[in-house]
Write a protein that binds this ligand. Structure first.
Ligand SMILES: NC(=O)c1ccc[n+]([C@@H]2O[C@H](COP(=O)([O-])OP(=O)(O)OC[C@H]3O[C@@H](n4cnc5c(N)ncnc54)[C@H](O)[C@@H]3O)[C@@H](O)[C@H]2O)c1
Length: 322
């Protein structure tokens, strides 16, 4: 926050009288699509001082981007606008997710379908269809950190109402993670002692092995606290990462004998009472769930934290979507 200002202060004091210009050029690269985002950026922000030397520095960076980004998509502005725009963009994206997730709770209570709602809302061209997919909560290294940064800034400037507004986005995200876990616990009969649950997906989104702030970690903790035995599978996240994520949530060492890392979907689904989908991996969508259910002895409950199996499982009595 105000990084450019701080760096300028340091260089002014310790820069051996060399003339520096500080520019802000936030990146908008999402994991898994970084190269695509770089080459086909929606926009590039370049913030700099409006002094003569500042304008020259800004122009030098504009000229580099202009090699592949259309000029009208390169926005120049003051340094702080550029820094704040990065925070605000992530806050707006996560606000959309929390909005749709909060509506999913209302849909569940009243019998509406959240996917139908998302589609209907997103077709309004003033709103648009992006970031309206319901889930058990957003994750990743950026969203929560950036919103909390914004909350801190608002509080610092005594804008308490604005701070509270943005804080609610994070609170709804926590609410949604908890709501999903509670639904699993309730449908499996309350206490989960002697219950085995497959947890499918550990990454915060598909096509990455990153699990930072992943909803899966919080849901796993709730299930373990309720006494469950969990079998975890993710196509890309490695075993040691899963254990270290869990250890960081528990104050004490986690009991390894209540968790099993599985190296395949088949392994994870073996001999379970319930299955919870946490990440929207293609492998889970493409799996033949009907065949799996037909071959299973018991009536396994399937909890879809991404609403990706509805087409296959809408007629299955024990299918629970968001
Ligand atoms: N990841 C980085 O290293 C990084 C670095 C700098 C800036 N950023 C900025 O942060 C933003 C977030 O990046 P990210 O890598 O966390 O990925 P992302 O924006 O794709 O995903 C963040 C979260 O949003 C959810 N999500 C994605 N699409 C959704 C949809 N249509 N509906 C509902 N939820 C959806 C994901 O499941 C995930 O939990 C980027 O857009 C980028 O501007 C990211």
């Amino acid at each position: 926050m105000r990084t450019a200002e701080k760096i300028k202060e340091i260089l002014d004091e310790e820069g051996n009288n060399v003339n520096f210009e500080i520019l802000s050029n936030p990146e908008f690269l999402a994991e898994g699509t970084a190269i695509q985002n770089l080459f086909k950026s929606d926009r590039v922000l370049i913030g700099g001082d409006s002094t003569k030397s500042g304008e020259i520095a800004v122009q030098a960076l504009v000229d580099i981007y202009a090699n592949w980004i259309p000029r009208e998509k390169i926005l120049t502005m003051n340094v702080w606008s550029s820094e704040l725009a990065k925070l605000a963009s992530n806050a707006m994206l996560s606000q959309r997710i929390s909005s749709i997730n909060s509506l999913s709770a209302l849909c569940e209570k009243t019998g509406a379908n959240i996917d139908e709602l998302s589609k209907a809302i997103g077709m309004d061209h003033r709103i648009g269809p992006h970031f309206l997919k319901v889930s058990s909560g957003f994750g990743g290294s950026c969203f929560q950190k950036d919103i909390l940064n914004l909350v801190y800034l608002c509080k610092y400037y005594r804008l308490d109402e604005a701070a509270e507004y943005w804080h609610q986005v994070v609170k709804i995200n926590d609410y949604q993670k908890n709501r999903f876990a509670q639904k699993i616990i309730k449908e499996l009969g309350g206490a989960l002692n002697n219950k085995r649950i497959a947890l499918l997906g550990w990454a915060f989104k598909a096509n990455t092995n990153d699990s930072r702030e992943s909803a899966a970690i919080y849901v796993a903790k709730k299930l373990l606290d309720a006494g469950a035995y969990i079998q975890i599978y993710d196509p890309m996240v490695i075993e040691s990462r899963i254990y270290s994520d869990l250890s960081s949530l528990f104050d004490k060492e986690i009991k390894i004998d209540t968790i099993k890392y599985c190296s395949s979907l088949k392994d994870a689904n073996n001999n379970v009472d319930g299955i919870a989908i946490l990440t929207d991996w293609d492998e889970f969508i493409e799996f033949d769930w009907k065949d799996f259910i037909n071959k299973s002895n018991s009536e396994i409950r399937i909890f879809d934290g991404r609403n990706i199996l509805e087409e296959q499982l809408k007629d299955y009595r024990h299918y629970y979507k968001l």
